[in-house]
Design a binder for this molecule. Structure first.
Ligand SMILES: C[S@@+](CC[C@H](N)C(=O)[O-])C[C@H]1O[C@@H](n2cnc3c(N)ncnc32)[C@H](O)[C@@H]1O
Length: 282
């Protein structure tokens, strides 16, 4: 078993390598794909205006900017991410849109010290990557004001998420490897088990913990071609096909594109995605 320090070092490397390039190069497609979850978070936050908010694992910043637009000029939103490339991309987006009540910090959220107590901590799929989940959530709780809250979107199980099952099912027959899942290791589905989420948050000192299952049609691409490109660039699919040559990769993409036709609608290609909306008080 790897130590927490080892896991954290691996995560830092991972989110500053090919994975960051994927999130930057596919930024608009991924933001469209994950947009229902940003909308869900902002709606559930029931902001009154003027809050101090932190977005954990903010990536290229779409959720952070959505909160900044909703919190009013008296409020402030801080996006925290350990990837330099993703923070740079988030800063560019804020500048392009002239959003001023926002700040982006390159830091490990499990250690970052907030300059003032936060009213709300939010995250869209950015809190599953800590080496020690209880320690990280305890630290986050210590950054909240007394009446502070945490509001998270985390993926439910892989087998319940069509957007994940579909590309894996398409690519697996072309690979000599099995798709790997270790629910105890950092990854997209680490917080899929609701009892595990509750246990972690209770151990971290949170109260009034509530989980609500939410299912949405997620847009995986405007066209079949862009959906196939998004899926082929996904980390899980790249890992499954890491020994494939260009010809085989073309075959997989072609097979995937054929399958994607069944999900095509007038405004794009849609698949089911399901998450837990997690809410707790400090
Ligand atoms: C799945 S991405 C989600 C990005 C973003 N929330 C979004 O919805 O577009 C996970 C993000 O968490 C960040 N991350 C992982 N571990 C982190 C840590 N310990 N501290 C801060 N950010 C972290 C990664 O760099 C990555 O940007």
């Amino acid at each position: 078993m790897n130590s927490t320090a080892q896991i954290n070092a691996e995560e830092h490397k991972y989110w500053n390598s090919d994975s960051a390039d994927y999130w930057v190069s596919q930024k608009s497609a991924l933001d469209q794909f994950l947009e229902p979850w940003a909308r869900l978070l902002v709606g559930a936050a029931q902001l009154s205006g003027g809050e101090q908010i932190a977005d954990i694992g903010c990536g290229t910043g779409a959720t952070t900017l959505k909160f900044a637009a909703s919190v009013g000029t008296g409020g402030r939103v801080t996006g925290i991410d350990l990837s330099r490339k993703l923070i740079d991309s988030a800063i560019s987006s804020a500048r392009e849109r002239a959003i001023e009540n926002v700040m982006f910090v390159e830091a490990d959220a499990a250690e970052y010290r907030f300059p003032c107590p936060q009213d709300l901590i939010v995250s869209r799929c950015g809190v599953m990557f800590f080496g020690d989940l209880v320690a990280a959530f305890s630290h986050l709780r210590s950054g909240l004001a007394r009446a502070g809250r945490i509001l998270l979107v985390v993926w439910r199980a892989p087998e319940q998420n069509e957007w994940y099952q579909f590309p894996v099912r398409c690519a697996a027959p072309f690979s000599d490897q099995e798709p790997k899942h270790d629910p105890d290791a950092p990854g997209a589905f680490t917080l899929a088990d609701p009892s595990k989420v509750k246990q972690i948050l209770v151990s971290a000192g949170f109260r009034n913990i509530q989980l609500r299952a939410v299912t949405e049609k997620l847009c995986v691409g405007q066209t079949v071609k862009s959906a196939a490109e998004l899926f082929m660039a996904m980390g899980t699919i790249r890992n499954l096909l890491d020994r494939a040559d260009v010809e085989l990769l073309d075959q997989v993409k072609c097979h995937m594109s054929q399958g994607l036709e069944a999900y095509r609608q007038e405004s794009g290609v849609y698949m089911n995605g399901t998450c837990w909306l997690v809410h707790a008080s400090a």
